[in-house]
Structure formats: structure tokens, C-alpha cells
Design a protein around this ligand. Structure first.
Ligand code: NAD
Length: 357
């Protein structure tokens, strides 16, 4: 089967690609595990590391990767079938309908739709947010629909769907959507679209509603939640992290390995188990900067290095956005569906150091 990952040049899309290379199969339109013959990474931008032949090594030795912190996970390149699936990199924009239809072609197709403008960008650029996250999303959904009702699609949504005065302390899958940002609004609408395309049997869709994912390697990004990774990543590399929010700010977080495993598990799940509600909130830990500092310090002591400091630098714009966000997630529906739970925080930190340190 052919797998298309939109946003495949991004943090999670790239990790997902590696995972698919390792496992080598997904549940296909037949409902049975099928070998993955082709992976297409569709993205408006690929880092130089990816472009410079990251996937060129069929022996699986992942040459030259571990030294590159920007995008440099240690690539494991052979799948269970023993064959190496080298992804095709398509530098295209999801706002270009024809490009999306050209990529999502063939009879036996699965789509992971991860391409998106992030929260901070969407707040600054409403028009492009609608164009990329909504119009682009519709292109992906229509192209998948053209592949037939059994084609599976997994959409990466966000807890930014929630907010407002009525928001409970702990989110469940039945909490009212009341996004307080343009980003969250686009995610909420795409979730509804995935539900309705699935109800109409246009395709077999699922949405994973992600909490903030840690620890993103490389540089801070424009997401309003960028500090969540930064407060681990910068101290772990001996640098200070300038914290825009309160030290006791509660925020739901999970690890990237868990998210990638969840995307795959959600893809492979029998759609009947989801019923009409195709969007599943992923489990999360509620973490504060104080807790992050404690765990990083612990890891530093265990590994004999001195972490960088958390430096308070309040930012009213970021704090204002974060104030609208939920602080905890009840992931029990996901757990019942067999999706994985995140490991303890210190384990997430260790995994990050294994992959990117
Ligand atoms: N990382 C998180 O904490 C988090 C939390 C909730 C939801 N999500 C969602 O998960 C998905 C993946 O997140 P990520 O952390 O990998 O983000 P990312 O920013 O690293 O990756 C997104 C990718 O989308 C690409 N993209 C943006 N606009 C595009 C366009 N017009 N055409 C083609 N590609 C385009 C970007 O170039 C980028 O590579 C996104 O949809 C994001 O909204 C992420």
C-alpha cells in the first residue's frame, strides 16, 4: 500500500515516517495488515538534512544523522519485511488542490494529514490559517474521498479545540468545542469534517486530538506552546530557557513516541469501535514548569551534567493564549480503545536523549 504523510517534513510527520519504515505494515482498505510499498512525504518545506539524502541508506546504518540536532533522529531503516522503503519527498503546498490530488493517487492508499500552520502563526495570519488549515484540509479530504470509502485517513487535531468559560478542568471526548484561537477553530472544523466524511462513507477517517507534544528537537517554533518543549530541551543542552508563562502553569503533555504509536494504532483500529465520534483525545500528563525543572535536574544528576536554568520572562500574549487552554485530559476513551499512554516524564526525557541527544 501507499502511505501519504502531509506535513511529512515536520517533527511528528518525520517521526511517523521512521515508525512506518520500522513496522513495514498497516491495516489496508482490505481490513488486513498490508505491506507498505511506498511512503510519500508531502510538505511545503523540507530541512536540508532531510533533502540531503537522509533516506539513501538501504543498509540501515543511518549515516551522519546522530550529529545533527536540528532534525537528526537516529533513523532505523529496515522494516519487518526486511525491505527498505525510501520515502518520496514532495515539496508542495496543500493549498494547491492539483498537487494534493496528484500525491494521493492509486488504489490502495492511506493518508496521515499532519500539515498545518501552528497556533502562533494562525493568530498572526488569519487568512493564511484558513487557506492552509481549512482549504488545504478539504483538498486532502477530497483527494482521499476520490480513493474510495475504505481508504483510511488520520487527522492530527489538537486540544486547542477546547476553551472558553464553560471548559471543565479535565477534558473528555464529550467536552464542548469552543476554541479560543484561529488554530483551534480550524482543528475543530476539520474534526467535524472527518466525522462527516466518515458518516457519509466518503472515506474511513479518524482524528487524534493531541495534547502538547514534548520534546520537540531543534529550535523553538511559533506555536504558543513552544515553551513546553523548550523548558526541557534548552536546559538539557546546558542552555537557559526563557519561560513566557507562570511556573505553576498546568499544561497537558505527552511524548512524541507515544503520539506516533497512537497515530498508527488509531489508523489500524476497526472503525466500528469509534462509532460516529471519530475524534479521540490522547492521554496526557499535566505538567508545570516547576515539575519539568525538577525532572531535568534529576536526569542531570543521574547523567552527571549541569542543566541550564529556567529564567522567568513573562509574555502577556503567550500567557493570554495559554490561559484559554485546558489544563488536564481524561484519556480513558483512548485507553479503552487500546491507544498507548505516555510513560513517566523522566522516561520521555530519556527517550529524547536517546533519539536526539
Ligand atoms: N507538536 C504538537 O505539540 C502538536 C500538538 C497538537 C497538534 N499538533 C498537530 O500535529 C501536526 C504535526 O505537528 P508537528 O509538531 O509535527 O508540526 P510541524 O510544524 O513540525 O509540522 C507541520 C508541517 O506542516 C508543513 N506545512 C505547513 N503548511 C503547509 C502547507 N501549506 N502545505 C504543505 N505543508 C505545510 C510544515 O512545513 C511542517 O513541516 C500538526 O497538524 C499540528 O497542528 C501538534
Amino acid at each position: 500500500m501507499k502511505v501519504i504523510i502531509t506535513g511529512g517534513g515536520g517533527f511528528l510527520g518525520f517521526q511517523l515516517c521512521k515508525k512506518l519504515q520500522q513496522i513495514g505494515t498497516l491495516t489496508g482498505p482490505s481490513g488486513e495488515p498490508e505491506p507498505i510499498d511506498e511512503i510519500v512525504l508531502f510538505d511545503a518545506h523540507f530541512s536540508e538534512t532531510i533533502q540531503q539524502g537522509l533516506f539513501d541508506d538501504p543498509t540501515g546504518s543511518a549515516r551522519g544523522l546522530s550529529s545533527s540536532l536540528d532534525d537528526g533522529p537516529n533513523l532505523s531503516t529496515s522494516n519487518q519485511q526486511g525491505s527498505f522503503v525510501e520515502p518520496t519527498l514532495l515539496t508542495r503546498d496543500i493549498t494547491e488542490r492539483d498537487a494534493v490530488f496528484d500525491a494521493i493517487d492509486g488504489e490502495d492508499v492511506s493518508v496521515f494529514h499532519l500539515a498545518s500552520m501552528v497556533s502562533g502563526e494562525c493568530e498572526l495570519d488569519f487568512d493564511n490559517a484558513l487557506s492552509v488549515n481549512l482549504d488545504g484540509g478539504r483538498h486532502v479530504f477530497e483527494a482521499t474521498r476520490a480513493r474510495g470509502p475504505k481508504s483510511r485517513l488520520v487527522f492530527a487535531s489538537s486540544i486547542a479545540c477546547f476553551g472558553g468559560e464553560a471548559m471543565p478542568d479535565t477534558l473528555t471526548d464529550s467536552t464542548k468545542h469552543w476554541p479560543q484561537t484561529t488554530y483551534g477553530m480550524t482543528k475543530s472544523i476539520c474534526e467535524q469534517l472527518v466525522n462527516d466524511y466518515s458518516r457519509k462513507s466518503h472515506f474511513d477517517g479518524r482524528s487524534a486530538r493531541l495534547p502538547t507534544v514534548i520534546i520537540r528537537p531543534g529550535k523553538p517554533n511559533a506555536a504558543a506552546s513552544s515553551w513546553a518543549s523548550g523548558m526541557f530541551r534548552e536546559p538539557l543542552s546546558g542552555e537557559p530557557c526563557y519561560l513566557p508563562v507562570h511556573r505553576d502553569q498546568c499544561h497537558p503533555m505527552t511524548g512524541y513516541r507515544t503520539v506516533v504509536d497512537s497515530l498508527v494504532a488509531l489508523h489500524d483500529l476497526d472503525g466500528k469501535l469509534l462509532g460516529n465520534d471519530r475524534a479521540v483525545g490522547l492521554p496526557a500528563h499535566t505538567v508545570t514548569p516547576n515539575e519539568a525543572e525538577f525532572v531535568v535536574r534529576q536526569v542531570g544528576e543521574e547523567r552527571d551534567f549541569l542543566p541550564g536554568l529556567l529564567v522567568d520572562e513573562p509574555d502577556d500574549r503567550i500567557q493570554g493564549i495559554v490561559n484559554q487552554w485546558p489544563t488536564a485530559v481524561d484519556g480513558s476513551r483512548a485507553a479503552k480503545l487500546g491507544l498507548p499512554e505516555p510513560p513517566e516524564l523522566n522516561r520521555i526525557v530519556s527517550e529524547y536523549l536517546e533519539d536526539f541527544g
